[in-house]
Design a protein around this ligand. Structure first.
Ligand code: ADP
Ligand code: ASP
Ligand code: MG
Length: 662
């Protein structure tokens, strides 16, 4: 290795570079850990790449781009004004103005031609990283007058070539070029543009959307770094995408392969190609949160052989939408060697990447998932390749189904852990998600399934809750917050933690209503502030909407507790029970009206496999009903029941002194 001191590489994504305060925060994080040479790879400020790409697209359509350029100019001038002083600021603003003038020229040419080559698009898209890296470098230089800080444009050192799987680094050229650019005795901080590179002919290119993660690991390898820290806006790699699943947890540790699978199947927090250079050089990657720098984040790398064994069978659940499935069907394929090879050879030659493949053991059909953008082309290619077989009836059909997603469950410990697949597909079945195609890699690191796109969120939540929530998680709705409801809520608030710790029982009150208003929350409600929440709520009480909310697909059980004495609410029990919602109530209406009503309730319980618990409607809460039921279920026969079952009457009899007429 060229450098005598070991580098640490940090990468800051657009989410960490949204505005001037965020740049200051990043500079602060770097000074806190400044103990040796650093490579700092940066993305464009948030949204800038999108803006630049939109600008080229507009120019291609012949639209004016002046406003877009002015906005980009103003945004970066404001950043410079907030972050830099004196000459440094003037220099930054002047360089930036030159770049904007160049972009205006490119846009003009693009408008004239109504077209833009890949190189033009890459050139314009890459300005965001240049502006961002220059800005941070200037800020750091100002902050550390005694330290060597330099700006490095990755295009001056990084050469990549195009490959089917994405850009591949030319290490033989890029390694020496990096040493030349920085100098072999460099021991300061190099702020490096992410995302951008040059091709073998020296033409500007990029590493693809989100490619700065890949840049970080490439520069980790080029600089011989001991660690790569990828800083973003979440606490690490999470068990699922936090935009769709609310109960996610940070994954402490991932192997490179697990991280690769998660990234490949849609965990946007990491670019799938990031792993390769890090694996090659055994560099651990840490995913950290710029908003919570003290949190440990996720460590991706080889496991310490002495570390305690990992218990979780799975690590995370991801999804990719915008997929389509092509299915090739025909009895004539059975036992014919080479069909798969012809099929996938054709697709590979056309540069179509296949996300997942499944073949039944009867070989009667082969199907594969591709991105929706490639779907029609893939189908037509397959059709053309097997034209003879189709004409002669050996292959019956080549069908295409769009609007699909791929759901993937990832974890190395699945291998040899029986029952994981049963849990995955059981939870999908319970949530009413139709599974179209299933595939499990022979590494048993991943189970993937194709589902309808419309079911994606529901499927993610269902599988996530089956693996990560207590099976005794109750989604609770309370109707009626009078004397009884209030005491019940206090009781739940007081006992919740103990019930969770001792019995793995997770009570989540997610809906609350009085006769006028209701409050619906996604996570468990704060039971100390519920009266205020209810008073301030703008939502009128609607018991049906409330029931629908409580019956959340991602939570194992739904319970409605009716603390009213309303007939109107009791009339809804059959519908609720029939849809699988358990009902608990001290409301006597449903149990003391017409026998027909009671029968409807019992039928609905059976239909929905739901429980109806009404112990407190008899004997003022004494354990009568369950006791009688237990006696009967264990063979006793009830001959006589004696007592006073009305709390009111019992009270009156107790206080009656026998003197006055009753
Ligand atoms: P950056 O700008 O730092 O590169 P990105 O927006 O590209 O950040 O990636 C971070 C985002 O990835 C998170 O804000 C989160 O919404 C999303 N994400 C999707 N899946 C996951 C996951 N499994 N773990 C963590 N984040 C995820
Ligand atoms: N700025 C680029 C993008 O938005 C690269 C990155 O942020 O990783 O895709
Ligand atoms: Mg990213």
């Amino acid at each position: 290795m060229a450098w005598s001191n070991t580098f640490v590489v940090h990468k800051f994504g657009g989410s960490s570079l949204a505005d001037a305060d965020r740049y200051k925060n990043v500079a602060g994080i770097l000074s806190d850990r400044q103990y040796g040479p650093q490579g700092v790879v940066v993305s464009a400020a948030r949204g800038v790449t999108d803006d630049l790409l939109a600008l080229v697209a507009a120019a291609r359509r012949g639209e004016a781009v002046d406003d877009a350029l002015t906005a980009l100019g103003a945004r970066h001038d404001d950043l410079a004004a907030a972050l830099l002083q004196g000459d440094a600021r003037d220099h930054y603003v002047a360089e930036h103005a030159k770049d904007l003038a160049d972009i205006a020229d490119i846009a003009r040419a693009t408008t004239l031609m109504r077209d833009a080559s890949d190189a033009v698009i890459a050139t314009v898209a890459g300005y965001g990283e240049v502006w961002s890296a220059r800005l941070l470098a200037a800020r750091l230089a100002q902050q550390w007058p005694d330290r060597a800080v330099c700006f490095l444009d990755a295009r001056d050192v990084l050469t990549v070539s195009d490959h089917e799987m994405g850009p591949v680094v030319d290490w033989a050229r890029s390694g020496p070029a990096t040493v030349d650019a920085l100098g072999a005795d460099f021991a300061g901080t190099a702020v490096i543009t992410g995302f951008v590179a040059r091709d073998q002919d020296g033409v500007n290119t990029t590493l693809g959307r989100n490619g700065s993660d890949y840049s970080a690991s490439i520069f980790g390898a080029l600089l011989g770094a001991s660690q790569i820290h990828i800083w973003t806006d979440v606490d690490g790699v999470l068990t699922a995408d936090p935009r769709w699943v609310s109960e996610v947890k940070v994954i402490e540790e991932l192997s490179y392969s697990e991280a690769m699978e998660l990234a490949y199947f849609g965990a946007k927090v990491l670019h799938p190609q990031t792993m390769a250079p890090a694996v090659e050089h055994g560099i651990p990657i840490f995913i950290r949160n710029t908003f919570a720098p003290e949190a440990p984040g996720t460590r991706i790398g080889d496991r310490d052989p002495d570390a305690a064994p990992v218990r979780d069978a799975i690590k995370g659940i991801t999804s990719i939408d915008g997929m389509a499935v092509v299915n090739l069907e025909g009895a004539g394929m059975i036992g014919v060697p080479g069909t798969a090879q012809r099929l996938f050879g054709t697709l590979s030659q056309a540069g179509i990447s296949v996300v997942m493949i499944s073949q039944g053991s009867s070989e009667h059909s082969i199907c594969f998932a591709v991105s929706d953008a490639d779907a029609q082309r893939a189908r037509d290619l397959v059709h053309a390749t097997f034209r003879n077989e189709i004409d002669s009836g050996v292959i019956q059909r080549v069908s295409l189904n769009r609007d699909r997603s791929v759901l993937a469950v990832v974890g190395e410990n699945m291998a040899g852990a029986p029952g994981v697949a049963a849990k995955v597909f059981g939870s999908l079945g319970d949530a009413g998600v139709n599974v179209r195609v299933i595939s499990q890699g022979s590494s048993e690191r991943n189970i993937s399934a194709v589902i309808d796109r419309a079911d994606t969120t529901r499927a993610l939540r269902a599988v996530h809750s089956r693996f990560y929530l207590s099976p005794q998680t109750l989604s609770i709705g309370v109707l009626g917050c009078g004397t009884v409801g209030r005491v019940l809520l206090e009781q739940i608030a007081g006992e919740r933690e103990r019930l969770r710790a001792q019995f793995n029982l997770d009570l989540r009150v997610r809906a609350l209503a009085n006769s006028q208003r209701m409050v619906l929350t996604d996570a468990a409600m704060d039971l100390c502030t519920w009266p205020a929440q209810l008073t301030e709520s703008q939502t009128a009480c609607n018991p049906d909407d409330l029931a629908k909310h409580v019956r959340a697909e991602h939570l194992p059980h739904a319970v409605l507790i009716d603390c009213t004495s309303s007939q109107h609410i009791a009339d809804r029990y059959p519908a609720w029970l029939g849809s699988g919602i358990h009902v608990i109530t001290p409301n006597k209406k449903a149990g003391s009206g017409a026998l027909e009503t009671y029968r409807r309730v019992r039928d609905a319980m059976r239909e929905g496999d739901a429980r109806y618990l009404y112990e407190t409607t008899v004997g003022a809460g004494l354990p009568i009903i369950q006791t009688l039921r237990d006696l009967r279920e264990t063979g006793d026969q009830i001959r006589r029941v004696q007592g006073i079952f009305s709390g009111t009457l019992a009270y009156l009899f107790n206080v009656y002194d026998g003197k006055r007429p009753f």
